[in-house]
Write a protein that binds this ligand. Sequence first.
Ligand code: HEC
Length: 270
Amino acid sequence: MKHYLPLFAVFSLFAGCQQKMADQPAHRPYEESSMFPNNQSVRPLESGVIHRNQKLSDDAFLTWLTPAGKSIPADAEWLKSVDPTGKTAPPPGAPTSNDNFVKEFPFELHEEDFRRGQVLYNANCALCHGGAGHANGKIPERGFLRPPSYHTDVNAVAKDWSTLSINKETAKAEPSYTGNPQGTSRGFYRYGKEQPLKTVNVGYIFQVITWGYGGMASHDTQIPDAADRWRVVGYVRALQMSQAASTADLTDELKKRLDQPKTAKTGEKH
Ligand code: HEC
């Protein structure tokens, strides 16, 4: 018994100590304190401090640009073509090359991401770009500048509304947007590049949603969450694939469904 007594004494000493540490005077956040000149207990953060999980400014999730896109080398020939004095330098994010924009999505997209992208696309983009991206939404139908189609298909000129206008004399739809082939990016075309929207890197679509482009307003207030904007980009990519898919792209199960005769189902809700 003699043995255990000192040990017991030591334990009780610690217990008392723990109690005192928990109870010691401490400031609550933003409590007044006379300790510092501005009477605040909370100390200002050092500049450059980042909080846990904060995205860094070189994270593709937020910047969508590659190092090349952030500091665009002044292409002497291009400069000469737009400005003989050579003084105009393309700003960061200028679509002078597809390599200026990240190729990969900054996070893996799953089915629920595409579904969310679809909801956001239908609410924020389809009114102009059309449900499937053929630029046949209601707004251009009423006279607003027609956006480019997301799809490049040389065999389906008639579908590409962005390149068509009605010839008043013949009353026929004719290509009106000369120079820029259907389905190519107007942003890249300004810099002399024929870049199909189908193959622009995902970072470019993210940039157009975030900053807007030409007649299209920025949509970062409508879709404030950057992850949601990436989901919309995902859905735009899915639309582009859907309009150019062949039966070979389908799963075996979907192929079987193609072979089934179409029967009208009664009582089905739409
Ligand atoms: C009010 C109509 C309108 C809405 C809404 C709209 N856009 Fe646009 N968009 C346009 C127009 C018009 C252009 C072409 C602008 C120009 O040529 O000056 C365009 C261009 C684009 C381009 C191609 C840019 C290029 O380089 O050619 C992309 C990609 C795009 N929009 C994506 C989207 C997405 C995604 C959304 C939804 C988040 C959206 N837009 C919402 C009207 C709209």
